[in-house]
Design a protein around this ligand. Structure first.
Ligand SMILES: [Zn+2]
Length: 227
């Protein structure tokens, strides 16, 4: 489950992500049979009934993974919520999203398995993987314009494909080391990024790349950056 919003006094609208279904809005009537344990980041099998007002109605749910452990830390819970919002924002409504679904599943699995809070490389890795898996991954090691490798720094345009040679197009100057750091975080599996640092410049550039696609920061980003 990605998120839940109250609907009237008694009901909720859930946003959920399925591997074959993509993102879905689901109407949950809370007054009567309330399926227990449906919360952000929980993996559940949902029983849905036909559409009313454009939304499926939830008639039953079986929790598969409750992700109880990640709820023992404010930071891990905030990161779980952020991952749900971020991956949800890049998922298409009603289209299969197996790669993004798998990414979110791994994200929640990794957070739930941690004993200590992760370092910033993990969240940057999630952002860059989300961009890549949704088909808008920025060029980092190669020029977005000519396709040749970028050695010795270049420029980056977060709105137009990523890095490029200075002679290939305009953009903010970016050091080769920063491009290499971001490319490494994008390619490294999430579970190997748990203790991985990220430079302030990498955190900021990753944020800018996400914001260029969505138009603003995901609302839940402020939850974990404040901790
Ligand atoms: Zn070029």
């Amino acid at each position: 489950m990605l998120s839940a919003a109250p609907y009237g006094d008694d009901d909720r609208i859930l946003r959920v992500l399925g591997p074959d279904e993509g993102r879905l809005g689901v109407f949950q009537r809370l007054g009567r049979r309330r399926p227990a344990g449906l919360d952000v980041g929980v993996c559940a099998n949902l029983l849905l009934r036909g559409r009313a007002g454009g939304l499926d109605t939830l008639v039953g749910a079986t929790v598969v993974h409750a992700r109880v452990r990640l709820r023992s830390s404010f930071l891990r819970l905030a990161l779980a919520q952020y991952g749900c919002e971020l991956v949800g924002a890049f998922s298409r409504e009603g289209h299969a999203e197996p790669k993004l679904y798998g990414l979110l599943e791994t994200w929640l699995l990794v957070l739930d398995a941690l004993d200590d809070d992760p370092r910033p490389g993990l969240a940057v890795g999630l952002e860059l993987k989300t961009l890549t898996f949704s088909g808008v991954g920025p060029a980092l090691d190669r020029c977005a314009v000519c396709g040749r490798p970028i050695d010795g720094g270049g420029a980056i345009d977060v709105h137009a494909g990523g890095a490029r040679h200075p002679q290939c197009g305009a953009g903010l100057p970016v050091a080769a080391e920063l491009l290499a750091e971001l490319d490494g975080l994008r390619r490294t599996p999430l579970r190997e990024l748990v203790d991985h640092p990220a430079s302030d410049a990498a955190v900021q550039l990753s944020r800018d790349l996400v914001r260029a696609q969505l138009g603003s920061d995901p609302a839940t980003r402020a939850l974990w950056t404040a901790l």
